[in-house]
Design a protein around this ligand. Structure first.
Ligand code: FES
Length: 110
């Protein structure tokens, strides 16, 4: 498992998940209203379609899939709370490190 420095916490907009590429894998990084950060592959567990254009609600930390409407609860370990997806998203380990007073986001990719 390799840990990567992704960006400053403030570089992740509350309203829009950030797309990054780590080890050749497209990753979505989302920040909720409590400044909890979630990271996972930019791929729905229903039919492997990209999630980054889906609706993101920072108050509930739920992300919708734009393709067929599945909703994933990131606070519930990526659980699919609305179908058609049934398999949870696999959340990656996130660490926030204080670098000279600036919170910086690190993500571990398995
Ligand atoms: S690909 Fe996401 S709900 Fe179908």
């Amino acid at each position: 498992m390799a840990e990567h420095r992704v960006c400053r916490l403030n570089d992740i907009a509350l309203e829009v998940p950030k797309v990054v590429r780590l080890e050749g894998v497209g990753i979505l990084v989302c920040r909720d209203a409590q400044n909890t950060v979630f990271a996972f592959e930019n791929k729905c567990t229903h039919q492997d379609l990209p999630l980054h254009k889906g609706p993101w609600d920072p108050s509930t930390a739920c992300l919708g899939c734009p393709a067929h409407g599945a909703v994933f609860s990131l606070r519930e370990e990526g659980r699919a709370v609305v179908g058609p997806a049934v398999v949870p998203l696999e959340l990656f380990q996130v660490r926030i490190v204080d670098e000279d007073g600036t919170p910086v986001v690190y993500v571990s990719v398995p």
